[in-house]
Write a protein that binds this ligand. Structure first.
Ligand SMILES: *[C@@H]1O[C@H](CO)[C@@H](O)[C@H](O)[C@H]1NC(C)=O
Ligand SMILES: *[C@@H]1O[C@H](CO)[C@@H](O)[C@H](O)[C@H]1NC(C)=O
Ligand SMILES: *[C@@H]1O[C@H](CO)[C@@H](O)[C@H](O)[C@H]1NC(C)=O
Ligand SMILES: *[C@@H]1O[C@H](CO)[C@@H](O)[C@H](O)[C@H]1NC(C)=O
Length: 564
């Protein structure tokens, strides 16, 4: 019914475009059975052949030389591609791509916005092998035009903060990857200029978010190809970042910290002076008052410590108390205590020993105060990772001595009341590994565990360690913790402006110690048993349960060692 009349209208589009608008609307409605935001139309009606309609009626509008003629029909056509994208064959979509790119230049806001949105959606589609349906190679002939037109569209009246265009820029970068590297020196200037403008008066949160995501992608992709280019990004971005921080543009500050973390983490040698100049400002209490700042600021301080622990110790030692002040504030909060531990673990890992030795006891006292005032599962898990990391770094004897220096027999109490009953709750592969290696050291490198009243804890601790290796994680939460206030729950906290493309790599602080903690346990037990023959087998035979003993024999065999 539709085809002949539509064909007729082709011959006289100037008069009949309203009829065609209605016809496309009808087809779209008839054909749509199920629509989702993620995939567009997922189920089509068998009355309409969508491919035929696309070829005969939609493509003609998209192909017209003048993108500004009949904007309503152009918008209809683009919308058709957008909503039926999951139904149309890839071949048709590839035909549509350069046409959509051309429509980014249309004067009509609806038309160029639709074009940007349609491209963004097409670029997220997945093919049968779960890679993007449209590949960077297929985009190669249009890459330059695409990038040009997207940035030019931002200059069109009414679209200077168009979130669909900015999202399409982000998605194009993400799809094209290395193919954008040669364009970045030009584009970064445009992005930075845009950032400077919107930071005067942030009003479009989505636009701003995608702008920062695009910056992150530019950095990641370019620096992956050549890490030394990180300096040129810092040169371009730091003046704007400084202005944002100085004017305290609250919406942007968490983003700036994330981008700075990403940049600093890319550096391979020492920390540049430009970062050190900023360091004292990061410790200002006012910044830590805002919950949205806390996760990105902690990450940034961690990056400072990783790249510049020694520099801070030598040239900013007067700032160490400020750093510990931040730790103290975080650790006192049920919501932010885990962030405090992230910071402290980085301090332990990266600061030279002599620069923090005078503060160590105070750190442990703070932790005990918090344990006494409110002992939550989250705190205990982080606490265990911290003490074991401390033991791995400074040795099991140092760990025992610092506990017992606070209060006699404290070390035994911590093992008995916290480590042995709770270690099964530790989650995360790296966290578990830190605990496994730390406990192995306590078992095998701490004389007090062999020849004092702590000896009675030796087998229960070994049993707990084997449980950590072999048993499922204990994710139970005591009943009285289900009533923690809303502002204390981690889910509420994570509602900060997290950038997907600023993602941090998983860090393993003990990667050089071992990759196989079971083998390390077997080797360490072997060493201990040769140092005091007879003791280890007798402790095992008295109270280790049969199942645990069997697992342990498996580790010894795998390590090809025997206990004597
Ligand atoms: C739609 O038309 C195309 C081209 O004429 C044809 O190849 C395809 O099989 C048709 N699809 C359906 C579902 O009938
Ligand atoms: C995935 O499929 C596309 C075509 O659909 C192909 O070009 C690409 O090489 C495939 N990728 C992998 C990793 O197999
Ligand atoms: C497909 O790839 C996406 C993005 O890389 C990923 O998030 C998703 O888990 C993958 N899905 C499968 C089934 O592999
Ligand atoms: C990497 O980037 C630096 C600075 O931009 C440049 O001098 C150098 O030639 C680049 N190296 C390669 C291998 O492209």
């Amino acid at each position: 019914v539709l085809s002949p009349s539509c064909r007729h209208r082709h011959s006289n589009p100037g008069v009949n475009w309203k009829h065609k608008d209605a016809a496309i609307y009808l087809v779209t409605s008839l054909a749509s059975k199920a629509q989702t935001a993620k995939h567009g139309i997922t189920q089509a009606n068998e009355l309409v052949n969508l491919t035929e309609f696309f070829v005969n009626h939609i493509l003609t509008d998209l192909k017209s030389q003048n993108v500004n003629e009949f904007p309503v029909l152009k918008a209809d056509a683009i919308k058709y591609v957008m909503i039926f994208r999951s139904q149309l064959p890839k071949e048709q979509l590839l035909q549509a791509v350069p046409l959509l790119v051309a429509h980014l230049q249309a004067e009509s806001t609806v038309e160029h916005t639709y074009a940007a949105h349609a491209l963004e959606r097409l670029f997220t589609m997945r093919g049968p092998n779960n890679s993007t349906l449209i590949t960077p190679a297929e985009m190669a002939p249009f890459t330059e035009q695409l990038l040009n037109n997207l940035f030019k569209a931002l200059a069109l009246p009414g679209s200077s903060e168009n979130e669909y265009i900015m999202k399409a820029i982000m998605r194009s970068f993400s799809l094209l990857q290395e193919a954008i590297v040669s364009y970045i020196p030009t584009l970064i200037g445009q992005l930075t200029h845009k950032l400077l403008l919107v930071s005067k008066n942030p009003s479009k949160p989505h636009f701003n978010h995608y702008l920062f995501e695009s910056l992150c992608l530019s950095i990641r992709i370019t620096c992956k190809a050549n890490t030394t280019t990180v300096g040129s990004f810092e040169e371009a971005l730091f003046p704007v970042f400084t202005e944002i921080l100085q004017n305290d543009v609250q919406e942007f500050v968490p983003y700036v910290f994330q981008v700075m973390s990403l940049l600093l983490e890319i550096h391979t040698s020492s920390i540049p002076n430009s970062y050190m100049a900023l360091f004292p400002h990061l410790l200002q209490p006012v910044l830590w008052e805002r919950t949205g700042n806390i996760p990105p600021l902690v990450r940034l301080l961690q990056a400072y410590l990783e790249k510049g622990g020694a520099t801070i110790a030598s040239s900013a030692a007067d700032k160490i108390p400020g750093l510990l002040g931040v730790f103290q504030k975080l650790i006192a909060s049920k919501a932010n205590d885990h962030q405090g531990f992230y910071l402290m673990n980085s301090i332990i890992e990266h600061m030279p020993t002599e620069s923090i030795v005078q503060y160590r006891k105070q750190i442990f006292i703070l932790l005990f105060q918090r344990l006494q005032s409110s002992k939550t599962t989250k705190f205990i898990k982080s606490f265990m990772v911290f003490i074991n990391l401390y033991g791995v770094k400074y040795g099991a004897i140092a760990l025992q001595e610092i506990f017992d220096s606070i209060q006699p027999k404290m070390f035994g109490m911590v093992l008995e009341k916290i480590v042995i009953p709770e270690v099964q709750k530790v989650s995360g592969p790296v966290e578990k590994k830190i605990c496994a290696v730390g406990i192995t050291k306590i078992l095998t490198e701490c004389p007090a565990m062999i020849d004092t009243e702590y000896t009675k804890l030796w087998t229960p601790l070994l049993q707990a360690l084997i449980g950590l290796f072999e048993l499922p994680e204990d994710d139970s939460i005591p009943d009285d913790e289900h009533f923690i206030d809303i502002e204390d729950t981690p889910g509420y906290q994570t509602a900060f402006s997290q950038l997907a493309f600023a993602g941090k790599n998983e860090h393993d602080p003990i990667r050089e110690v071992t990759s196989n903690p079971k083998i390390l346990l077997a080797q360490s037990l072997h060493k201990l048993s040769t140092a005091c023959p007879g003791r280890v087998p007798s402790m095992l035979s008295t109270s280790l349960n049969a199942e645990a003993l069997q697992y342990l024999q498996g580790y010894l065999q795998a390590a090809s060692v025997q206990l004597v």
